[in-house]
Design a protein around this ligand. Structure first.
Ligand code: FMN
Length: 163
C-alpha cells in the first residue's frame, strides 16, 4: 500500500484548490500514488487502500460540510479497527472561522485511532455577505503553499516510514 488518499468536498471551489495543492505537494515529495477523490464518490475501499489521508472540506454553518460528514458517516463503521495508526492531516476552507469543522474531523479521526501529523491548515476566504459567500473562490498562493507543504510532509513521512 503506497498510496495517499485526499478526500474533499467543496461548494464554491476553494477546498478543491487546496486539495489539489496538497496532492501536488504529495506527488512532488514522494513516489507514492496520490488519489484525489470527491467525498461523494469515496467509500470505505478507498480508505482501506491508502496508507495516509488528507481530509479537506469547507466549514458550513459551524460544522464540516454535510457531504463530507456523509462520507464519514458511510465509512466510519466499515473501516473501524482496520485503519488505526495511519497518519492524516486536515484542510479546512472557511469564511472566517473553521475551527469547529477541524475539531469534528479530529474527533472522528480519534475514533478511528488515526495519527494527526500536523495541526489543521485552515484557510479563511473572508467572505462576509451572501453574495461573497456564494461566489467562486480563488485561494491565494501563500495559502496554497501551506496546503502543498502539508501534502508533502504527509507523503514524505509515509514514504520514509516516519509515521
Ligand atoms: C451555507 C454556508 C454556511 C457557512 N458557514 C460558515 C461558518 O460557519 N463558518 C465559516 O467560517 N464560514 C462559513 N461559510 C463560508 C465558507 O466556509 C467559505 O465560503 C469557504 O470559502 C467555502 O469553501 P468552498 O469554496 O470550498 O466551498 C459558510 C458558507 C455557506 C455556503
Amino acid at each position: 500500500m503506497n498510496r495517499i488518499l485526499i478526500v474533499y468536498h467543496t461548494l464554491t471551489g476553494g477546498t478543491r484548490q487546496m486539495a489539489e495543492a496538497a496532492a501536488a505537494g504529495a506527488g512532488e515529495a514522494s513516489s507514492l500514488e496520490v488519489c484525489l477523490e470527491l467525498a461523494t464518490a469515496c467509500g470505505p475501499e478507498a480508505l482501506m487502500a491508502a496508507s495516509g489521508y488528507v481530509f479537506a472540506c469547507p466549514e458550513n454553518l459551524a460544522a464540516m460540510s454535510g457531504l463530507m460528514k456523509d462520507f464519514f458517516d458511510r465509512c466510519y463503521y466499515p473501516v473501524l479497527d482496520q485503519v488505526q495508526g495511519r497518519p492524516y492531516a486536515t484542510l479546512i476552507c472557511a469564511g472566517s472561522d473553521g475551527s469547529n469543522a477541524a475539531r469534528q474531523i479530529e474527533r472522528i479521526a480519534t475514533g478511528w485511532r488515526l495519527q494527526q501529523i500536523a495541526p489543521p491548515v485552515i484557510v479563511c476566504t473572508h467572505a462576509q455577505t451572501a453574495e461573497e459567500i456564494l461566489r467562486a473562490k480563488t485561494i491565494g498562493e501563500a495559502d496554497l503553499a501551506r496546503c502543498r507543504e502539508l501534502g508533502a510532509t504527509l507523503a514524505a513521512g509515509v514514504e520514509l516510514g516516519v509515521f
